[in-house]
Design a binder for this molecule. Structure first.
Ligand code: PMP
Length: 277
């Protein structure tokens, strides 16, 4: 099947979709992105992702290349043109094309790219039922990771370090040994029917899945504690998990090869948490 992408106002053949060599995303990671989960051809948490996109754009003083109301149309169009049932849509905006110079260009127009892909609905089933292994590593990211920017080299290195150690995710440690979050997910532990996650600040990305999950906790009889946790808390936890738009609530059964609880997916990890479609 042929795939199509949305590139700066046009729908293009995926295999022939290009951006300019002097796009500031390419040279400086000067841009932002969002990943929307697609379930049954519907966009999950659309409003939350758009709100965060506009916040990221504002923080970096990048103009939206299209009107706010047009985002839904183009994402839906990508879903339709690529016949996406379950999968995700990746949307990236950069400060645009200009001759390489650190300062903002005076007249550049922001670039936008939207790409969609199908992911089989059973793709993560094995991980959901067994749980994933996590490896901890130092958080070497910049000090504004609340902005969903393209500045992703530290999480790339962290994820590869995890994979090299037979783990599916890396949990990042701050200077005091507390977990900030995962390389591409928020990090959580569960103790005595309370789910614990780091409070939002400049040090973590405020996950859309995180927000949705918090809203649903009461319904399933769990309490929330927004506080920092470290390796000692992890060893003492009943359960652990990560959240992200692509993996929703994914159980973690080992951290640094140490079993969490009895090493199996626990009660919370087995729950089907509601999503906002
Ligand atoms: N933290 C980081 C560093 C991430 O990259 C992601 C995934 N985008 C998340 C948290 C989870 O955010 P969301 O639930 O919005 O996907």
């Amino acid at each position: 099947m042929s795939r199509e992408a949305f590139v700066n106002g046009e729908y293009t053949d995926y295999s022939k979709s290009y951006v300019h060599i002097e796009d500031r995303g390419y040279q400086f990671a000067d841009g932002v992105y969002e990943v929307f989960a697609i379930l049954d051809s519907k966009i999950v948490d659309f409003e939350g992702h758009i709100k965060r996109l506009y916040r990221s754009l504002k923080e970096l003083r990048i103009n939206s290349p299209i009107q706010k109301k047009s985002y839904k149309f183009h994402i839906k169009e990508i879903i339709k043109r690529n016949i996406i049932k379950d999968g995700n849509v990746y949307l990236q905006i950069t400060r645009g094309v200009a001759s390489r110079d650190f300062k903002f260009p005076e007249n550049s127009k922001s670039s936008i790219v939207i790409i969609g892909k199908n992911i089989p609905s059973n793709y993560y089933n094995d991980n959901f039922s067994k749980g994933i292994n996590v490896k901890t590593t130092k958080d070497i990211r910049w000090k504004r990771v609340d902005i969903k920017s393209l500045n992703l080299l530290p999480p790339v290195l962290a994820k590869q370090y995890a994979v090299d150690n037979n783990c599916a995710e890396a949990w990042l440690l701050d200077e005091e040994g507390y977990i900030t979050e995962g390389s591409s997910s928020n990090a959580w532990i569960v103790k005595n029917k309370t789910v614990i996650t780091r409070p939002t600040s400049f040090s973590i990305l405020n996950g859309i899945t995180r927000t949705t999950l918090i809203k649903s906790l009461m319904k399933v009889g769990y309490k929330l504690a927004e506080r920092k946790f470290n390796l000692r808390d992890i060893k003492d936890a009943d359960e652990a998990f990560i959240t992200s738009a692509t993996q929703f609530v994914m159980p973690v059964t080992k951290v640094n090869n140490i079993k969490i609880g009895n090493g199996n997916v626990g009660e919370f990890g087995q729950k089907d948490m509601p999503l906002t479609l």
